[in-house]
Ligand binder design. Sequence first.
Ligand code: G4P
Length: 530
Amino acid sequence: MKYASEIEKRKTFAIISHPDAGKTTLTEKFLLFGGAIQTAGAVKSNKIKKHATSDFMEIERQRGISVATSVMSFEYKDKLINLLDTPGHKDFAEDTYRTLTAVDSVVLVIDCVKGVEEQTEKLMEVCRMRDTPVIIFINKMDRDGRNPFDLLEEVEKKLSIKTQPLSWPINMGRDFKGVYNVHNHSLLTFGAHQKATDEDMVKIPDLSTPLIEELVGKKDADALREDMELIMGVYESFDKEAYLAGHLAPVFFGSAVNNFGIKDLLDTFIQIAPSPKPRMTDKREVTAEEDKFTGFVFKIHANIDPRHRDRVAFLRICSGKFERNTFYHHVRLDKNVRFSNPYTFLAREKNVVDDAYPGDVVGLFDTGNFKIGDTLTEGEVMTYVGIPSFSPEIFKELINNDPMKTKQLEKGIRQLTDEGVAQLFTQHGGNRKIIGCVGDLQFEVIQYRLLQEYGAACSFKTLPFYKACWIQGDATKVADFVRYKQANVVNDKEDNLVYLAESEWYLNTERTNNPAIKFFITNDYKHELA
Ligand code: G4P
């Protein structure tokens, strides 16, 4: 347990939300509290504009900038917080899913007017797969939103997680008066002080005190007492273990843009959020406290500027101490590698680091040695698992427009898919190449990069599939299925069999007709189709 105090200090997490719910604004407020930025707007200017769907070059340019904000590390009280950024644009959702494999917990932002939205559900599904602890922040309370009880009910139903309010709003919209902190019995009024400090919180001896009338008026004081009576009747005292197991989500209400309710959220976060957790490899579970260094690559960022062909591989440290200029074992390639300029991201500056600890993320310059999921160790042969590929949503056939450049095209598409830009499938028993992505934008990115970086011109032909399922089961039955459904069966890059379904109806029909075959939504065969 050489590094116990370093490990205990670290909280590695991500803020996730449906676009527009307030992720960027909340990130910024956290960084302000952590002293990592001095002015509001500093993060926002780096944000990928979510509506700029037509101009992918601009998006890539901004993605370039966003390397610097991929990991934002800051100190708050006695903790070291690593906040991993996730792209707001829905076409980069797969980047977000992968980033979620590198965090120990998440804060989920929900817009109180819109409630649970499509992307919220998808992100939560990924969190549930890994039992990631979730804290929910219900944002934009300064707007006329939905009734908070209804919101909690919707969250429980749509996100399949139990909730427990740790703060409670007093009205909303124009009449928003503030929040009552359920666990430490204090009240923070909205308006006068938007940089809430500890002194702004008024301690409430008990809910019958006339102090509440003084602070928010009779009508709202009565409403708060009524709400609290209901809440106390429904919820038991906060069960931290249930939160850490990913079964219970504490809920906070506030307004990110007004910096309201954020400090309370952050203070609770550092108290309850987990420090680096144990992680599974294909051989055994590794705890953060082990002396020997291990880590895995969860994201690769390529520079689209053709003058700079370098890539950055993001390595999450899982155990031991990572040191600069030290040889580590690259398990997949079975070779030793070392890094002279690994960097971290303290206070939004890229700094070369000499050492890093579990929970930290370091950026490694890469010339093509890494792919997503690669593991580094001090020699032990094992690979971190649980960094699965998820089913893409759009499928297109890759058409080679220049037969003289076939080799370049093949190499290019392999490298780009190693980076996780898209998934590559090959027709079973044939040679047709099918690319699967989450968003249309990636196809433009691929086309552009294949031409710029590999000199290979290509185009795409849209295919009518909507989902990919990895299939497994009785060998004879699978072989029969493959023969019968040949037009729909492809191989992924690891040669696994994948069924491409045209619609939910087809998928359900095939499942019913083939009870001996299992259909999985991830390539690690861990998550069966619901
Ligand atoms: P995202 O990263 O989740 O996509 O959301 P982002 O923080 O960019 O917020 C989306 C919009 O919601 C922004 O307005 C932001 O100012 C606003 N917002 C965030 N928190 C609150 C809040 O507590 N109350 C209210 N009323 N609005 C909030 P925008 O007009 O899109 O951008 P901007 O011009 O304000 O920067």
